[in-house]
Write a protein that binds this ligand. Sequence first.
Ligand code: NAD
Length: 283
Amino acid sequence: MAEILDGKFYACEILKEVEVEVAALKSRGITPGLAVIIVGENPASKVYVNRKHEACEAIGIYSLVIRMPESATEEELLAKITELNNDNKVNGILVQLPLPKHINTEYVLDQICPDKDVDGFHPMNVGELGIGRNRLVPCTPYGCIKMLELAGIEIKGKKAVIIGRSNIVGKPMFNLLLQRDATVTVAHSKTQNLPEVCREADILVAAIGKPKFVTREYVKPGAVVIDVGINRVDGKIVGDVDFDDCKEVAGAITPVPGGVGPLTIVMLLFNTAKAAKIQNKLM
Ligand code: NAD
């Protein structure tokens, strides 16, 4: 039976670190600030935005939620981003995705000042990560790495397989694992013999968006399985990994919910504090 990697526990550990950073910034007269923009009425987005707002308030980060109607134009959204780029009280800007179809998401995200890009999606931050000069790193993969480190799971020299090559999870996860000296394979929808490829992995990361896709035939006995997936099935949240099946084979495994999700939110707070330090030339 696998060890269950409790994301809530590790998120609390990281939160303690962030609280120390926030207190240190406040002692210098700096209150880190995060602005989240939500466009439209997507119910899941509303839940995520409320959680982010509450998490900020709980540790004394100034939190601003900007709600724009579904009908908001790209120009209106860009004008808001420009305003926030120039607002000294705001150190981090996050545009909640997905955006309505009439808005060019990529173009909008590119207009966020790279030093305020707490999602780590701006091409400048992506490039920095690629060459190992990490500045603002995407929250979900960074949270997974922090959890592995806190759990004392060795990465160096291990074989890692990531299923999924998105800019949000798969690709940054590749860079983070590679930086820590893992031998990394990125698998995707066109990968041949996927179960066989995955069974090579000491660390298997699933970021696919398909409920219970990964079953025990994908898992090498004793492997660490990180389930990034969030899928809604019959009103319940399930991961990309068939937890009950894989926990019999894996050495350690994250549950869904209660695994990677809590880490993502805490890393947003971490990045907001880091952005405040960058903007105040404290790092
Ligand atoms: P995405 O749709 O951008 O990418 C999915 C990837 O999976 C693609 O690269 C695709 O090649 C791969 N894929 C799809 N079908 C496949 C198949 N049959 N075999 C192999 N690979 C396949 O998704 P994403 O944004 O990377 O998100 C992935 C999952 O992680 C989703 O469930 C999403 O909700 C979740 N997610 C969770 C968090 C969190 O905080 N826990 C954050 C971001 C994303």
